[in-house]
Write a protein that binds this ligand. Structure first.
Ligand SMILES: *Cc1c(COP(=O)(O)O)cnc(C)c1O
Length: 479
């Protein structure tokens, strides 16, 4: 049987790993990211056949190609059904859980946030958690995961791993900086295998603590669930396939996607769908005021810049980790060149593609375009979408819509699909500012803030010793 071969972007020896090895490893030991050595392909006939299937079956068909037999088909099918379950999605679970919402002719928002924590990160983390649980029990192992979050990732990971007996999840979050909604949402998952740790400090302090702890021998085996995990990236490809199939009149026609981005994870999955043969024409990279990626796609210069706090906080980043996977592709799979480029970035906080013989036009030839939006742009996008279609979008989706509108070529008949990355209920203050009212909450979130239990978070200083002690006392010795 042909097994999926995964290689590190920085490994010159091109040592091959399996899908599940990479799933459990996260980052490669050389600091690179895992990518497939080649992309499996979809023919138009195959895509046509997917068109009438429920989302779970589309997800299975796409993942099957990316997992390439490393998990037997029957098991993979069951894992995807367990991920997109009635418990997670209610009675829509067996149908289309990533529907297109029409804003106007040829302009859509794809709803990716119907999962348990109301953000698109559910789509990937639910599958990742099932696959990890499966693989750990196949190997007779257990895993303790340590992560840091400023919001959406933490709750999505906790919802996905809650109750899975092979994994214990310790999640650090800053004491201040998260909304009452986010805090209550995370707090609601505490207990069993989920440990919420509140750090007296900022998000950077949390990330720092994770790094410091993993640097210690005793904790070097702690796992991770951040967005560079290939399991997450690959589980986002299916909704681009579904969005494509929903948007076109005939399979084979082009579609443009606009994707609000932070760590370059979501839009990279769109690029992979394109590489797998889905006729996606343009991929519009939409940033907020933290416009590292917009400047990169306009000038070819990738420059670290301190993150500013905005009204689309899940996109407030200073660098975009997943971009390395695109660099590797643009360099034709040259890992030596990729490693040198990333090394220059890490040393100088800045690197220019031109110095590596790549013109910006090459990025455009791959389909990439970019733009950034301001708080005022987001408010305007929220208002326009509401005025045109009575749909309330969240501020992150608004970044994509704002830039998507700017990049839409009205002379052409190519649909533009903007990714809906969160529900507005998570960011009510900005919605109120834009529309003057707050939309009715989905029933499961009504009164959520009042449910925060006093002991849902364990508080520590930004101190590795306190964290180590807590994990030592609570992680069960197993496996
Ligand atoms: C994480 C997140 C993003 C950014 O996604 P990336 O994969 O990091 O590009 C955008 N919107 C929301 C609501 C998010 O939670």
């Amino acid at each position: 049987m042909f097994l999926m071969r995964m290689i590190s972007t920085r490994d010159e020896s091109k040592e091959e790993r399996s899908y599940t090895d990479v799933l459990l490893a996260g980052l490669a030991p050389d600091g690179g990211l895992y990518v497939p050595s080649e992309y499996p392909q979809f023919s138009l006939e195959e895509l046509e056949k997917l068109r009438r299937l429920p989302y779970r079956d589309i997800a299975f068909a796409v993942k099957k190609k990316l997992v390439q037999g490393d998990i037997p088909d029957r098991d993979l099918h069951a894992l995807i059904h367990a991920a997109y379950s009635e418990t997670a999605f209610g009675d829509v679970a067996s149908g289309n859980i990533v529907p297109l919402m029409k804003v106007e002719d040829g302009f859509y928002v794809q709803q990716l946030s119907l999962g348990p924590t109301a953000a698109f990160k559910d789509m990937a983390l639910l599958v990742l958690a099932q696959e990890m649980q499966y693989e750990l029990s196949r190997r007779g192992e257990h895993l303790t995961i340590l992560g840091a979050t400023s919001g959406d990732t933490g709750s999505a990971a906790e919802a996905a791993f809650k109750g899975l007996d092979r994994v214990q999840l310790f999640m650090l979050s800053p004491e201040n900086g998260m909304s009452a909604f986010q805090k209550a949402q995370m707090g609601s998952f505490s207990g069993q295998n989920i440990f919420n740790v509140s750090v007296r400090g900022r998000f950077d302090d949390c990330q720092d603590l994770v790094k410091r702890l993993k640097g210690q021998k005793e904790f070097s085996k702690l796992g991770a669930v951040n967005s560079i995990n290939w399991g997450r990236i690959s589980s986002q490809v299916p909704y681009f396939v579904s969005g494509y199939l929903q948007a076109v009149r005939s399979v084979g026609d082009p579609v443009d996607f606009a994707v609000s981005t932070g760590n370059f994870g979501n839009v990279l999955s769109g690029y992979i769908a394109k590489r797998m043969g889905v006729p996606i024409r343009r991929l519009v990279v939409a940033t907020n005021e933290n416009d590292v990626l917009d400047r990169l796609f306009k000038t070819g210069v990738y420059r670290l810049s301190p993150a500013r706090v905005t009204s689309s906080p899940s996109m407030d980043i200073s660098k975009a980790s997943n971009y390395e996977r695109l660099v590797f592709d643009v360099f034709g799979g040259d890992s030596k060149k990729t490693a040198a480029y990333m090394q220059e970035f890490e040393t100088n906080k800045k690197v220019d593609l031109a110095d590596y013989g790549v013109a910006v036009s090459q990025l455009h030839n791959l389909g990439f375009e970019s733009g950034s939006s301001t708080h005022a742009d987001r408010l305007e996008a929220i208002r326009s979408v509401y005025a045109k279609a009575k749909i309330v979008i969240d501020p992150h989706t608004a970044d994509g819509v704002s830039v998507g509108w700017r990049c839409k070529d009205v002379s052409e008949d190519v649909p533009m699909v903007c990714m809906g990355t969160a529900l507005p209920v998570k960011f009510e203050d900005t919605i109120k500012e834009a529309l003057g009212f707050v939309p009715e909450r989905p029933a499961r979130f009504v009164g959520l803030e009042d449910t925060l239990a006093a002991n849902a978070f364990y508080s520590i200083d930004a101190d590795a010793e306190q964290l180590g002690k807590y994990i030592r006392e609570h992680a069960t010795e197993r496996g």
